[in-house]
Design a protein around this ligand. Structure first.
Ligand code: 13P
Length: 284
């Protein structure tokens, strides 16, 4: 993921990081990327890893990534424990996020460095977060009043580490927005001027095209989409079944695949990833 996102930041587009939940959703993401000749990130929550078991879901994702003609990173989202990080690295993930953002600054930094020590020798990329992104992601819930924005000065301590990507809290939130979020473009811009580090934009569901594009211009090279895909995953299956009232599971699974793929294609185009599959020659 590191060379993939370094290229994206340098060239001014973003790679979509799509939270998948099973083989059908993962396959839909990879096929969308292949059709558009785009790099892509298959992202798993810790909850999804625990549901299937790391070796099982890891083998599906590795197979999809290894046999695809486009660069596919396999990334672990918002992980708070070294134990799960080590399990996923052993099962073939190519990058991991250590989320110690609810810990005091020094502790967050120290844990991030510890993960970098673990990953250094195996060539696995690392994402870290500073500030607190609101909303619910996995088992973590950050109330609106507890969400706080990144401090660009403190963020520089992270941006001088050999991270693949850094996630600054800039006012976005996981889940559905109750009202239009107030994005701290000024902080993103201040940080982007000081470092070539690619940034991750969390809470992608429900942001406007203008917000995506402005954040990408200011240095966001990875955009996370989860809630929207969960809706497409469920609605694609259920609507097909309610419409046709038949019990051939492969048909609603096909409808689900098509719906997820269509959503991913739209986002890849919006983020500027189309045709970018050759930008990063050394991608895994
Ligand atoms: P959404 O669920 O809002 O799309 O956020 C995804 C995300 O940031 C995962 O880390």
């Amino acid at each position: 993921m590191k060379p993939m996102l370094a290229s994206a930041r340098r060239l001014g587009y973003a790679v979509g990081a799509f939270n998948i939940v099973d083989y059908n959703s993962a396959r839909a993401v990879v096929r969308a990327a292949e059709e558009l000749r785009a790099p892509v990130i298959l992202q798993t929550s810790v909850k999804t890893v625990k549901f299937w078991g790391a070796p099982t879901i890891g083998s599906w994702l590795r197979e999809l990534a290894a046999t695809s003609p486009v660069p596919v990173a396999v990334h672990l989202d918002h992980c708070t424990t070294l134990e799960v990080i080590v399990q996923c690295i052993a099962a073939g993930w190519t990058s991991v996020m250590i989320d110690a953002s609810d810990k005091p600054f020094e502790e967050n930094l120290a844990l991030t460095k510890k993960v970098l020590e673990i990953t250094e020798s195996v060539g696995v990329g690392v994402e870290a977060e500073l500030g607190a992104i609101g909303g619910v992601e996995d088992d973590k819930q950050v109330a609106d009043e507890d969400a706080h924005l990144v401090d660009p000065d403190k963020a520089m301590a992270f941006c001088t580490l050999p991270l693949a990507v850094f996630a600054p809290a800039i006012g976005t939130a996981h889940g559905l927005y109750k009202s239009a979020p107030k994005i701290a473009f000024d902080r993103l811009e201040a940080l982007g001027r000081r470092t070539p580090m690619p940034f991750a934009l969390h809470g992608g569901t429900g942001l406007s095209d203008e917000v995506f594009q402005r954040c990408i211009r200011l240095g966001c090279a990875k955009v996370n989409i989860s809630t929207q895909l969960k809706h497409d995953f469920i609605d694609g299956f259920v609507e097909h079944h309610l419409d046709k009232k038949e019990y051939e599971p492969l048909k609603p699974l096909r409808a689900q695949f098509d719906r997820v793929k269509q959503q991913v294609s739209q986002k890849i185009r919006l983020f500027g990833g189309e045709g970018r599959f050759e930008d990063c020659q050394s991608c895994p």
